[in-house]
Design a protein. Structure first.
Length: 83
């Protein structure tokens, strides 16, 4: 019973993503037909990963890493884009 529910939910997600993809394609085609440009919406979430150490790094960069709670190498944090 649980497997069927999971499968149904996966099917729903797949259909949702397919609809979003088709809508984006339709918007591009419609804009092209009207000699306009379609600008897709930007992402609202960004994954920030720390990949290097603190040596030879500017103080401002160090402070940004501190504020994002990226204290160790290979740590990651999600950041919401609001601008």
């Amino acid at each position: 019973a649980n497997v069927k529910a999971i499968y149904a939910k996966a099917q729903a997600y797949e259909a949702e993503y397919e609809a979003i993809e088709k809508a984006a394609i339709d918007n591009r085609r419609q804009a092209k037909a009207q000699n306009q440009i379609f600008v897709p919406p930007e992402e609202k979430l960004v994954l920030v990963i720390r990949i290097r150490g603190i040596l030879n790094m500017a103080p401002k960069c160090k402070k940004i890493l501190q504020l994002l709670r990226l204290r160790q190498i290979n740590n990651a944090v999600f950041v919401r884009v609001n601008a």
